[in-house]
Design a binder for this molecule. Structure first.
Ligand SMILES: Cc1cc2nc3c(=O)[nH]c(=O)nc-3n(C[C@H](O)[C@H](O)[C@H](O)COP(=O)(O)O)c2cc1C
Length: 403
């Protein structure tokens, strides 16, 4: 059974469990059951029918989380964090199952559990999990920190969620530590209140700050372009302005754009004009993910990734060919410059040559269409840039003019 279907079964089982437990306990429940506690035990009661409300919350959440990706205009983005979305659903459903369990237990044996601390511990753990999952969320309309600025730009969304994740994690840690070692309650109240205010306001303010930064960057680029336009040719400008881009938006590239890039590659010089290269253009997210995973595994870099780019172009050549790397490098540079001219970002990705000996990678490359006897010499990711880095300073003293 796949991991995904195992998780789905677990989600539904966990969401139905409180309903089943309530059905069994229903005939034996006292007429009034505890719903509020102080430090020594229950101090608030309600009619026992309220238990059905708590017991059905998990199932309600499971249904809601199943529907959201189907109705979200950014629904396709959920596939990019579906694994974490399922973990999140599982944790929320589990949270409500435990709450129902606590109420049932306290209905039969009031005061047995330290409910106040248990709830703090559970909320703390919930925030720890949310803090961990937050940076993995991709832009969508329902889950995460959604405001006009995060929804306007994938880069702002990602940066805000990275910061939000840290804040939620720290908040969760404070609550969890306090539940496990409940000393100095005043201090933990203070820290938790501060963390809560921070968790609510700081990501909002930060996303606006990122938005302003982006606006300023765009204005600077526009001004620079006007300045530069005076002296340099378009080709020279493009050459100087190409940068290695390591953050991308979600925007997909059209087939026509990709064909144009490959054409630029095919028109590069090649030794003896052999043109022995072969380009593999990967636009499929699953294939991109699998390539990242295989490189990560082979190089022992579990978090290895292609910076979120929607496309990678592999440039391969015949194994052992004298000019294999030189020819591919010339083609790659042509494609990178063409991309830059089209307003796209690129970054050279060098790791394929480090995994030439990896059998699993070689089998997978063959499966996706790399011809027999070819080796990936170099590659570039391509996409719409979500950053605008400065050019690194160029070293001095690297030229000798012989007159
Ligand atoms: C042969 C070669 C290999 C590179 N490999 C990588 C790489 O694996 N990952 C990466 O992020 N950048 C890689 N780069 C990009 C360089 O880091 C980048 O070109 C350099 O920092 C200068 O920045 P610029 O391209 O914006 O001018 C590579 C560049 C070259 C020429």
């Amino acid at each position: 059974m796949s991991k995904k279907s195992r998780k789905t079964i677990l989600i539904w089982a966990l969401s139905l469990l409180p309903l089943l437990a309530t059905m069994i306990a229903w005939g034996f429940l006292p007429e009034e059951i505890p719903v509020h506690w102080n430090s020594v035990g229950p101090d608030g009661y309600a009619d026992n029918s309220i238990i059905w409300l708590f017991a059905s919350l998990g199932a309600f959440m499971a249904i809601l989380f199943t529907i959201l990706p189907l109705i979200d205009p950014n629904g396709k983005n959920y596939q990019r964090f579906i694994e974490y979305y399922e973990i999140f659903t599982l944790v929320v459903v589990g949270f409500f199952a435990i709450i129902t369990g606590i109420i049932l237990s306290e209905s039969f044996r009031p005061g047995q559990l330290e409910v106040g601390l248990l709830i703090v511990l559970m909320v703390g753990l919930l925030f720890l999990v949310i803090g961990n999952l937050m940076p993995k969320l991709k832009k969508n309309y329902f889950i995460g920190i959604r405001n006009p600025w995060t929804l306007s730009d994938s880069d702002i969304w990602n940066r805000t969620h990275r910061l939000g994740g840290i804040i939620f994690f720290v908040f969760g840690l404070c609550l969890t530590l306090w539940a496990l070692m409940p000393v100095w309650p005043w201090l933990i109240y203070l820290v938790s209140a501060l963390a809560l205010v921070t968790a609510i306001f700081v990501p909002y303010i930060y996303s606006y700050y990122c938005f302003r930064q982006k606006q300023k960057r765009e204005q600077t680029v526009a001004a620079k372009e006007t300045d530069d336009a005076a002296g340099l040719s378009e080709v020279m400008k493009n050459l100087l302005e190409r940068r290695s881009i390591r953050a991308y938006t979600d925007e997909v590239l059209s087939h026509a754009q990709l064909e144009q890039l490959v054409l630029a590659g095919q028109y590069a010089p090649s030794g003896k004009n052999l043109q022995e290269w072969h380009f593999v253009v990967v636009e499929n997210r699953e294939v991109l993910g699998r390539l990242e995973q295989l490189i990560g595994k082979a190089l022992n870099r579990p978090n290895y990734n292609f910076y979120g780019a929607p496309v990678i172009i592999l440039c391969a050549n015949k194994k052992g060919a004298r000019n294999a790397m030189a020819d591919c490098s010339a083609a790659l540079q042509n494609m990178m410059l063409a991309a830059s001219d089209m307003g796209l970002g690129t970054c050279w990705i060098n790791q394929f040559r480090d995994v030439w000996e990896d059998d699993e990678m070689n089998a997978y490359l063959a499966e996706i269409g790399l011809p027999e006897g070819y080796q990936v010499q170099c590659s570039t990711i391509v996409g719409y840039p979500a950053q605008n880095p400065e050019a690194p300073a160029r070293k001095q003293g690297t030229v000798t003019y012989v007159k």
